[in-house]
Design a protein around this ligand. Sequence first.
Ligand code: ZN
Length: 193
Amino acid sequence: MRNPEEFLQMGDGLLVVDVQRDFCPGGALPIPEGDKVVPVINAWAEAALKKHLPVYYSCDWHPEGHPSFKSHGGDWPKHCVQHTPGADFCADLFLAPASVVVVKGVRFDQDQLSVFDQTGFADKLRRDGVDRLWVAGLALDVCVLETVLDGVRSGFEVAVIVEGCRPVTPAGGQAALAAMKGADIYLLEEVDD
Ligand SMILES: [Zn+2]
């Protein structure tokens, strides 16, 4: 595992995307090895806390009958319904004190895959003095991908902690990494211990 303290510096922020029970094994929309991101992310959050850098956790928080659900014309099984256990953060996820939760997927008329989509998150980052955003979470080829592309469009330097992400499918993951590289997003690749 990478040592986050070697990478984090002043002006950085950490965004943890949708590490919720429904996206982990046993959940309603399980991503293979989704739970494996937790120890990696915890190490980054603890390092960020130590360096007094802001940590943000996004949360998919759908109303009943959300348009992303297959039952309502969308692509996905019903997941992360508001106030259900599946919408909780994974039990082992370390929530840094004073960290900020960014809620998305609450609209009744459309999905919000990107943490930047109509949440005001870019303004929050600017107010917090963040220039470079480190991103990890679920899923690499869906919400992480859309978020990091939006981050670059919003004028931030963006870095993806690859060992802290998992894709819905391996092919989707490869395509997502290629798209990120093409968009000037820095990929911190896994290293063998
Ligand atoms: Zn969703």
